[in-house]
Ligand binder design. Sequence first.
Ligand code: FE2
Ligand code: FE2
Length: 208
Amino acid sequence: MGSYPSDPPPLQMTDRANFVRMQDSTQQDWMLIGGEFMHFARGLPQRVVQHLQLLQGDYGGFPVDRYTHSLQTATLALDDGRDEEYVVCALLHDIGDTLGSFNHPDVAAAILQPFVSEANHWMVQHHGIFQGHYFFHHIGLDRDMREQFRGHEHFEHTAHFCEKYDNPAFDPKGRTLPIEHFMPMLERVLSTPRRSVYKSVLKPQQTA
Ligand SMILES: [Fe+2]
Ligand SMILES: [Fe+2]
């Protein structure tokens, strides 16, 4: 079997650990893997945006596509003076529509969990039920399903998100800032994990 010029270069085994069972790995292996991980982690904002852009052209019968809805939700939050962590939550709240067709808020919540407050995480994770207040009665569900959370410390925080930013973000003529406007804040918010089992071994300059 010949090799063509367009074939990818052979794997450089010197750049890879050699263990076949993780129990046999060494600290030297993990120095190598850790360096690769930090490089990979720095690309997280780009990967997230690429995934968000899968929603482009995905109307699903709605007046705007899911990408526009995401940008418009973030724009409404930004214009209302919300801080950048909140705006990033607004931007990504529906990113799970592609892979989490039956539990989309959980996908966004999982991505954001290391980087945001407990209140914002809860808001993203529960926004589906709270948003249901505006349409569940049209599809045979209880629009007051959110009442099961009445009294929860983040109830009003989440209800406000849906009322002010998620609910009105289906306007084809509505102000919708482009993704470039949100990239710097997305990069800042996703640069420093606050809640992660790896936090204690991440140096600030590596996560900045
Ligand atoms: Fe949603
Ligand atoms: Fe939404």
